[in-house]
Ligand binder design. Structure first.
Ligand SMILES: Cc1cc2nc3c(=O)[nH]c(=O)nc-3n(C[C@H](O)[C@H](O)[C@H](O)COP(=O)(O)OP(=O)(O)OC[C@H]3O[C@@H](n4cnc5c(N)ncnc54)[C@H](O)[C@@H]3O)c2cc1C
Length: 469
């Protein structure tokens, strides 16, 4: 175990997470007289809004996931540590992270927790194996492999039922991610893959977008939801609303309609984009403080984004619950900057009582449906179609980190949207099967440990990380 820092000098700020909240907090502290330690379990800063383009072969991983260490290399007061934060101790003011058998304890004077959220299956975690979500690079690459793999398997199948099952793609959840993904799978099958197979016509692929709500993009409602649905239907996406998923298996899913009817959709490739659950670090914080968490595991923070009774601990972004703010990149970025400002105010001698409440500036939200078509809401202004799409392109480019990433993204978009090609159509067996294999191994190890009377933490084969390290 190592302890950071060995000899404390300046006030220590620890930031958990290198997503939008964590990165913006760190950057806002670049000139502060503090030592910043950013701890994250990935080496990159992930631009989640474009993950679906990695999953559908438009962008490469590097375009949307630059290395955090390189982004921050000129920020001399900041170090980046790779590690999964496993515990936060609010009494001792320490954070313990784990990397390949090694624990690191990092002391803090101020802590910014920005560990984001994962997928929620509303208590049905067993669905994940058959309907992965899309939150990480691994998710997007696995999905790319599953989507392209379904077309490949259909090409070599001579059973019409199996072909239909393989060429049916179901996206669960008609929020922005689901809409974007369904639109892209439809475009992939109708445009990019046109003429590329000899035994199937990819354009016959059935793309189903389903949701328990009454509209696609329910957060918008009204005209924007209608326009988005019309455009999706033009693309050939089948929209099923008021439909709740009750079961998922390898070959399909069971759906309950509003009238209570249960029906089955045969589909090999399913994607889950229906709900989120905040990082379990939120519960740890709540267990050690007066804070509560909501049903999605988000910490109910004070108006200054701090944890009740712990003015030096801020929870931001997808992990915080305040004023019903949505889980959007802008909320996380502005929260990160705000927390950094309060830390700097503390250094200048201001007390926590003097802090102004966090005020979110709503710059609007948008979702793209296909090439040349998006919907956007900025205040009362509703934009649809080509103009919405141009606005979407410009805003996403603006927030991508790094000139090289922006340039390569523009090139990939030009190839994909003006032409028919997609540069990132490679996928490997490991991308598709590695996680399933790892999950099964862990389950088998845990079962074997139980049978042998050991705890699940002591698998009979020993700690695989220790073996690797
Ligand atoms: C597919 C998708 C599309 C989206 N599209 C949009 C969009 O179009 N517009 C929009 O505004 N928002 C969009 N969002 C939401 C937006 O991405 C999030 O609101 C935003 O990323 C939240 O920022 P955050 O810093 O709270 O968390 P994140 O950006 O998720 O960052 C969390 C960080 O914490 C790290 N981490 C997590 N747990 C641990 C741990 N235990 N130890 C160490 N590190 C940890 C992660 O590795 C990551 O670095 C989308 C999200 C997804 C998944």
């Amino acid at each position: 175990m190592s302890i950071q820092p060995a000899e404390p000098r300046r006030p220590q700020v620890v930031i958990i997470g290198s997503g939008f909240g964590g990165l913006f907090a760190a950057q806002a502290l670049r000139k502060a007289d503090v030592d910043v330690t950013m701890i994250a379990r990935t080496t990159h800063h992930l631009f989640q809004p474009l993950l679906y383009q990695v999953a559908t072969g438009i962008l490469s991983v590097g375009d949307i996931a630059p290395a955090t260490r390189l982004i921050l290399r000129k920020q001399k007061n900041t170090q980046v540590l790779l590690g999964n934060v496993e515990s936060i101790d609010l009494d001792e003011n320490t954070v313990t992270s784990h990397l390949l058998g090694r624990d690191t304890v990092t002391r803090f004077d101020s802590l910014v927790v920005a560990a984001g959220a994962g997928q929620s299956y509303f208590g049905n975690d067993q669905f994940a194996e058959f309907a992965p979500g899309m939150k990480t690079i691994d998710d997007a690459l696995e999905l790319r492999g599953r989507i392209l793999g379904a077309f490949e398997q259909a090409e070599v199948s001579d059973d019409p039922d199996e072909r239909r099952r393989l060429l049916t793609f179901v996206v669960v959840g008609a929020g922005p991610t689901g809409v974007e993904l369904a639109g892209q799978i439809a475009e992939l099958s109708r445009r990019t893959l046109k003429g590329a197979f000899r035994h199937i016509d990819p354009a016959h692929a059935r793309v189903v977008l389903l949701d328990g709500a009454d509209n696609v993009l329910p957060v918008y409602g009204g005209k924007l939801s209608r326009k988005a649905a019309e455009k999706l239907e033009d693309l050939g996406v089948e929209i099923q609303l008021g439909a709740l998923v009750t079961d998922v298996d390898a070959d399909g899913l069971v759906v309950k309609d509003r009238d209570g009817t249960l029906r089955r959709i045969e589909a090999r490739c399913k994607v889950w984009s229906a709900g989120v659950q905040a990082s379990p670090l939120g519960k740890q914080i709540a267990d050690q403080s007066d804070a509560e968490i909501d049903r999605a595991g988000r910490v109910l923070v004070d108006p200054d984004l701090s944890v009740p009774g712990h003015p030096n601990v801020f929870v931001i972004g997808d992990m915080m619950a305040l004023d019903k703010l949505p889980g959007l990149a802008q909320v996380a970025m502005q929260g990160g900057k705000y927390a950094a400002k309060q830390i700097k105010a503390g250094l200048a001698g201001h007390s926590p009582e003097e802090r102004p409440p966090f005020k979110y500036f709503d710059k609007g939200s948008m979702a793209t449906i296909s090439r040349f078509s998006a919907v956007a809401q900025v205040g009362k202004l509703e934009i649809t179609g080509f103009i919405g799409w141009i606005a979407w392109l410009a805003i996403h480019l603006m927030y991508l980190i790094g000139f090289r990433n922006r340039l390569s993204t523009v090139i990939s978009w030009t190839v994909s949207f003006l032409g028919r090609g997609r540069a990132q159509m490679a996928s490997t067996e490991q991308q598709v099967f590695a996680r399933i294999a790892m999950n099964r191994m862990q389950k088998e190890d845990a079962a074997a440990a139980r049978a042998a009377g050991l705890t699940a933490d002591e698998p009979p084969g020993g700690d695989p990380e220790k073996a690797a390290g």
